[in-house]
Design a protein around this ligand. Structure first.
Ligand code: SAH
Ligand code: SF4
Length: 475
């Protein structure tokens, strides 16, 4: 499975293909090598030419032909299908989940992109936007709940640009763009939009956590923010990919918004969703980036203080607007220096925000397992994710069996915070509804009833200890 978004991702695949070649030629292993996904789509001919290294090449819209391609490929025949489709969403294919202990799942709801940002290859490798019909999504979410999944992440290249053209937008929710944002393509009207989809998905099970990625900042109208606010099981965490903090750079990137429009979206999100956590994507060193434009990005990181950020050095991609019309003229050394400054500013701002706002609070954590590391004084730790998506490590009181907590929501009191994670102490088993009912406004430290001792009698033995601990700790 391959990604073509940055050159670095493709270099990893070439290195992996060399390893596989060595396994085939030097160790004599009988292997069929297939390259799937966006890089297959982009580099079909190069992949097929490269010393007969690859047997099967299959683009992101052609996976239905995989059994056929695998049957055809042999020592003398390489096969490929990289056709892009205007309507493939794989809506009728339910993924096979082989690990019964899995607690979270990803679910693709839309594919493709209409935006054509100057730096980005996605519209060329993934084609135009198309969305899965709402009913197939709701059905899959219901099945996942039945299988014991506790957290679902809705996926798409611009997940909140979702538009089911087979359904009517009954509530009329989510049709507008966020104020101050525009598109460079002509938008279509109609269809059921993301605000209504996520409203329906959240209603499937109030104890199922919902996340979504990667959204585009233009598709956050206020009514979507209200829907997120209204459902305690939709995490109060938004990914708002800014790409740059400079209005002139955003224009060259063809992003359709200014620094001010982005900042007012941040303000509205923070006003409408109390204690919302924000993350972003940033590109350092795009074509023609001046030092002043770079400093605008550094100041954006400082001013917004995102909770998480994914920061990249720009790499030129074929076919893009930048490839056709611009010059990749920021020297590699300057790009990496600027990237390092952005990263340092982000972690600094995130650390002080987390220390100021989160230390001393209780966070609702979905436990995913034993932490890789013990505390410095050798105590065993468990780990999970807070609603903000920050990793949380926590210790347990004597007698509480960590394994019994995996897949459960627990309250953790935060003692320390860094730019990327939190750590603290287990306070009790909870649930999304209990925790939120006791912690208005959303995200604030709940009162003791969030780890209600009430269910103790009904819980299995290991958890009775947990419940008892919770009640004594909170009482
Ligand atoms: N659709 C989302 C982003 C999806 S692509 C949006 O528009 O906001 C994921 C991220 O990869 C982008 O946000 C961008 O930061 C990064 N990216 C895309 N093309 C890139 C390139 N050519 N060089 C470096 N980073 C890139
Ligand atoms: Fe790429 Fe996102 Fe822009 Fe689409 S909106 S072209 S996926 S960066």
């Amino acid at each position: 499975m391959t990604c073509a978004i940055r050159d670095g991702a493709e270099q990893k695949i070439w290195a992996r293909l060399d390893q596989l070649k060595a396994m085939r030629t030097k160790q004599g292993l009988s292997l069929k090598v297939g390259v799937l996904g966006c890089m297959a789509e982009r580099l079909r001919d190069k992949l097929l030419d490269q010393g007969k290294l690859v047997d099967v090449v299959c683009g992101p819209d052609a996976y239905r032909s995989l059994p056929y391609l695998l049957a055809l490929a042999d020592e003398n025949h390489q096969v490929a299908n990289v056709m892009l489709s205007a309507d493939e969403t794989y809506a009728d294919i339910m993924p096979l989940r082989l690990d019964p202990s899995q607690i979270s799942a990803h679910l693709s709801i839309m594919r493709g992109c209409n935006n054509m940002c100057a730096f980005c290859i996605v519209p060329f490798t993934r084609g135009t936007e198309r969305s899965r019909p709402i009913q197939s999504i709701v059905d899959e979410v219901r099945k996942l709940c039945e299988q014991g999944i506790r957290e679902v992440t809705l996926l798409g290249q611009n997940v909140n640009s979702y538009r089911d053209t087979t359904a009517i937008n009954a509530l009329g929710l989510g049709s507008d763009l966020a104020p101050g944002f525009s598109t460079i393509y002509k938008r279509k009207d109609g269809g059921l939009r993301f605000a209504e989809l996520i409203d329906r998905v959240a209603a499937v099970d109030p104890e199922l956590r919902i996340r979504f990625t990667s959204p585009h900042p233009k598709d956050f109208p206020d009514d979507l923010l209200h829907v997120i606010r209204a459902h305690p099981n939709i995490c109060n965490q938004l990914h708002l990919p800014a790409q740059s903090g400079s209005t002139t750079m955003l224009q060259r990137m063809r992003r359709g918004y200014s620094r001010d429009a982005f900042l007012s979206l941040v303000e509205r999100a923070r006003a409408l969703i109390p204690n919302v956590a924000l993350s972003t994507d940033i590109i350092a060193g795009f074509c023609g980036e001046t030092e002043a434009e770079h400093q605008d990005t550094v100041s954006l990181m400082r001013d917004v203080a995102f909770d998480q950020a994914f920061m990249f050095a720009y790499s030129m991609r074929e076919k893009t607007f930048a490839h056709r019309h611009m010059e990749d003229n920021v020297p590699a050394g300057v790009k990496s220096r600027r990237l390092a400054e952005i990263i340092a500013t982000h972690y600094d701002a995130a650390k002080s925000k987390h220390q100021r706002m989160l230390v001393g609070t209780w966070q609702l954590v979905l436990v995913d397992g034993k932490a890789r590391r013990n505390t410095k004084d050798g105590r065993e730790q468990y780990a999970g994710r807070a609603e903000s998506n920050l990793k949380v490590h926590f210790t347990l009181p004597d007698g509480v069996m960590g394994e019994s907590l995996v897949g459960k929501y627990v309250a953790v009191e935060v003692h320390t915070a860094s730019g990327a994670s939190l750590s603290g102490e287990f306070r009790g088993v909870s649930s999304i509804r209990e925790f939120h009912a006791a912690s208005e406004p959303r995200g604030m430290t709940p009162t003791a009833s969030a780890v209600a001792p009430a269910p103790v009698g009904a819980l299995p033995t290991a958890e009775r200890v947990v419940g008892a601990t919770a009640s004594s700790a909170s009482g």
